[in-house]
Design a protein around this ligand. Sequence first.
Ligand code: 0L1
Ligand code: MG
Length: 262
Amino acid sequence: MNLNQETIQKLAEHLENAELQAFDVVKITGDYPDMDWEDAYAIQNEILRRKLARGSKVVGLKAGLTSFAKMKQMGVTTPVFGFLVDYFSVPDGGEIKHSELIHPKVEPEIVFVTKKALKGPGCHIGAVLAATDFVMPGIEIIDSRYRDFKFDLKSVIADNCSSSRFVLGGQMTPVDGIDLRTLGVVMEKNGEPVAIGAGAAVLGHPATAIAALANHLAQYGEEIPAGTMILSGGATEAVSVAPGDNVTLRIQTLGSCSCRFV
Ligand code: 0L1
Ligand code: MG
């Protein structure tokens, strides 16, 4: 690690204030070019610690930047991982106040819920599928705290990977007998398809993103506990939304979910 604890706390407060008060900031590596990967996750963990201290609960985890479309959109080559807390959750068909966010975008995701713990290193898609209770559709609402979504990977990790809100819905679908790679994904904005993809867009198979998360946590001696909900990453590029927009995600076999920006 290159940053001291005081700096980590200061940067966590800075980024969390930007999230809670909905203002944008410039990427933090501009002022702290020596920040390393451990520092980036330490800042993210400090943001989590602050939220837990105020009574928030962790309700899931996420993998981000897992599709080739997203990697290309953001100019990066590696996935990132973050946490989801209770107030990020929006009911299916629910409203999201655009004014509480900075510049939200929506992503269509295949969501996993585990029934057994997953532990790396060496976690692979076979282990993930065996440990999956069910999958379902999820819309992730990302809202980078960085001006115009301009960042580098370390800045994004520190910012909890742009996590902001999510909507789950559709059918709780067991993975036996379905090929997650070939499931069609259609995201509509105001009734028009705006992003179209398939499960394989996420690292070739969306379970790969869950295995990557387990292998990432193993570096810290942690695992994915049984009963964890995990967003596997956008299957297409993220799409900007404005007040008044209705978003519906349809995933073949898994059903649909929706939300409205007000
Ligand atoms: O969930 C995601 O793929 C987002 C990761 C962070 C980068 C971004 O804001 O697009
Ligand atoms: Mg995402």
